[in-house]
Design a protein around this ligand. Structure first.
Ligand SMILES: O=C(CO)COP(=O)(O)O
Length: 139
């Protein structure tokens, strides 16, 4: 499956800890990330992350474009709700698109844990049906 990993600055350490804890599951999937989050994950793990632009420079929108094409199956987005972001409209747009396309979205680590365990159990295999219907092959 295609999984997006995104974290605001104050949540990046949490994201790195999270992917280290679940590296064995995540390595079986295709990972995408905003620029700095992806970089930090690759520095701390053996995971390969396809990196987009940094969030404030359009990375959220690039991931949004994948969602709009039904090419993203899971979004793990550790938001910082206590810091104003210069690209807040992009953040809102990304979250909105997850709702438009029924893409499982976690905006904090608690929900991310539930999703990742569901992923391991096969709870999200219905996403593969959507991918097949779209003529795409997800890993
Ligand atoms: O700002 C972000 C998400 O809105 C994250 O971007 P970076 O991973 O490049 O810091």
């Amino acid at each position: 499956m295609n999984i997006a990993l995104i974290a605001h600055d104050k949540k990046k350490d949490d994201m790195v800890r999270f992917v280290m804890a679940y590296e064995e599951i995540l390595k079986n999937h295709t990972l995408f990330g905003t620029g700095t989050t992806g970089q930090k994950i690759m520095e701390s793990t053996n995971l390969k992350v396809h990196r987009f632009q940094s969030g404030p420079l359009g990375g959220d929108q690039e991931i949004g474009a994948m969602i709009a094409n039904n090419r993203m199956d899971v979004v793990l987005f550790f938001r910082d709700p206590l810091t104003a972001q210069p690209h807040e409209p992009d953040v809102s747009a990304l979250i909105r698109l997850c709702d438009v396309y029924l893409v499982p979205l976690a905006t904090n680590m608690g929900t991310a844990e539930v999703i990742i365990k569901g992923l391991e159990r096969g709870d999200l295999s219905w996403r593969e049906i959507i991918a097949k219907r779209n003529g795409e092959v997800n890993e």
